[in-house]
Design a protein around this ligand. Structure first.
Ligand code: ACO
Length: 426
């Protein structure tokens, strides 16, 4: 193992360099403060590794994404969402018997306790579904207090299955509540994505015929979102979990982190941006001129990524699926055309080239969701359904490998000590 030397005030210190299986290197500064009194300051954790993990590998320079060693392109072409969930959480691809068993046990947990109806009834119809999903996921802990012991493997296992099984039901109920339609019970013989589509779009008066092409496209989107190593929401799940909070509470925190427009909320922001451009009747180039004007505070949503500085491999796969879905549904392609125009102009523009800004996973996903009939408010909810296995895999890995409570430090910049002034004298 090699070391890094750090010279502080003339004194030389050595810190071990840790090397990952793909050759990534990091300086282990775990003893920095104890030996020097100094901390590292790294706003936004741009250079900070918070853990070692064997789940997902990303090479942002080369546009590589692999789950447990398998390329995302291959998983997208050959696998299914539940198989990928198994891979992420358990570490290996399942045999047919293992996958059947996994699928069956998830399928028998899809129903929500009937008392959840009262719970949903308390939310205003106008509530954002991400708020409803975060609250309902957290509320699972109130309905299943029998499975919250982190040290009991079987209880963590049942929580995992309940979450995977119930999140589509929770999500579809959030939508049904917002439009005042009756909840549709899950049908356990249907596939994961098909069942979700039915719960979203069927009513007791009218069945919804699930188009297998659309169900497949949705399954693919779930696969592409399933994990992305230490992103904001996954780091949140790990951080909350590090206090030994239960899995439901940790996942609920992840849902809340995902809601933000700089993270999972970007796919909603992309559609809103495209609709605005369309309604204003401006060209893609004119919009990009606004984006480049820093005073405007506008960003090209769906562009740029903290890690990918080349291209986001998920965006390429989604772009093709987007074309297929629109063709299948015989739908107008005006938003897709506009998105492609923006992409083309941006990729030639020095502002985006110099900053290495490329389309990310969210640039095209919203167009598919919209074509399928998913309302804009629900886009991020679908992202959370996709990301769930990744969150669970990280939470489980952390508990298996051992951890300390996450507790960053700070450099204090406030007032130095001063005396309290009574209110009458201020
Ligand atoms: N449009 C215009 N300019 C951008 C964009 C964008 N989408 N993204 C980054 N920039 C510019 C910044 O203004 C900055 O310019 P400067 O150097 O002149 O100050 C430079 O590029 C670097 O940007 P940062 O914000 O420092 O990059 P960071 O890694 O912190 O942010 C992020 C990454 C949040 C994804 C950013 O690119 C962004 O806001 N994109 C739009 C939102 C989006 O699509 N989010 C989804 C991300 S993927 C996901 O979460 C699933």
């Amino acid at each position: 193992m090699s070391n890094a030397n750090l010279n502080v005030d003339g004194e030389n210190m050595e810190f071990p360099i840790v090397t990952g299986t793909e050759g990534e290197r990091g300086i282990d500064l775990g003893k920095l403060r104890a030996s020097t009194g100094l901390i590292t300051l790294d706003q936004g954790f741009v250079n900070t590794g918070s853990c070692q993990s064997a789940i997902t590998f990303i090479d942002g320079e080369k546009g590589i994404l692999r789950y447990r060693g398998y390329r995302i392109e291959e998983l997208a072409a050959k696998s299914s969402f539940l198989e990928v969930a198994y891979l992420l959480i358990r570490g290996e691809l399942p045999t047919q018997a293992e996958l059947d068993d996994f699928r069956n046990t998830i399928t028998i947990h899809t129903m929500l306790h009937e008392d959840f109806r009262k719970f949903y009834g308390g939310f205003p119809k106008s509530a954002h579904p991400m708020a409803v999903v975060a609250a309902t996921t957290s509320a699972l802990a109130t309905f299943y207090p029998d499975s919250l012991n982190l040290d009991a493997k079987n209880e963590v296992e049942i929580c995992t299955k309940r979450l995977l099984a119930k999140l589509p039901t929770i999500a579809a109920y959030a939508y049904k509540h917002s439009i005042g339609q009756p909840f549709m019970y899950p049908v356990n013989e249907m596939g994961y994505a098909a069942n979700f589509l039915r719960m979203m779009f069927a009513t007791p008066c009218e069945e919804y015929e699930v188009d297998p092409v659309i169900a497949k496209a949705l399954d693919l989107l779930l696969i592409l979102h399933a994990d992305h190593e230490q992103n904001c929401s996954t780091s949140t799940v790990r951080m909350v979990g590090s206090s030994r909070a239960n899995l439901f509470a940790s996942i609920s925190a992840g849902v809340s982190a995902l809601w933000g427009p700089l993270h999972g909320g970007a796919n909603q922001a992309v559609i809103e941006m495209l609709q605005r451009i369309e309604s204003e009747g401006i060209t893609g180039k004119q919009y990009l001129d606004r984006v480049k004007d820093k005073q405007s505070g506008i960003r090209l949503m769906g562009f740029g990524h903290r890690v990918y500085k080349n291209f986001d491999p998920r965006a390429r796969i989604i772009k093709q699926t987007c074309r297929d879905v629109l063709a299948r549904l015989n739908q107008q392609t005006r938003l897709l055309d506009l998105a492609m125009e923006l992409e083309e102009v941006a990729l030639e523009d020095p502002y985006f080239v110099e900053r290495r800004l490329y389309p990310n996973v969210d640039f095209y996903s919203g167009i598919i969701y919209q074509a399928i009939g998913i309302p804009v408010d629900m886009f991020t909810v679908l992202f959370s359904m996709g990301r769930l296995p990744g969150w669970i895999a990280h939470w489980t890995e952390m508990h298996r490998d051992g951890f300390r409570i996450s507790r960053p430090r700070q450099i204090y910049t406030g007032a130095t000590e001063r005396s309290f002034v009574p209110i009458a004298e201020r």
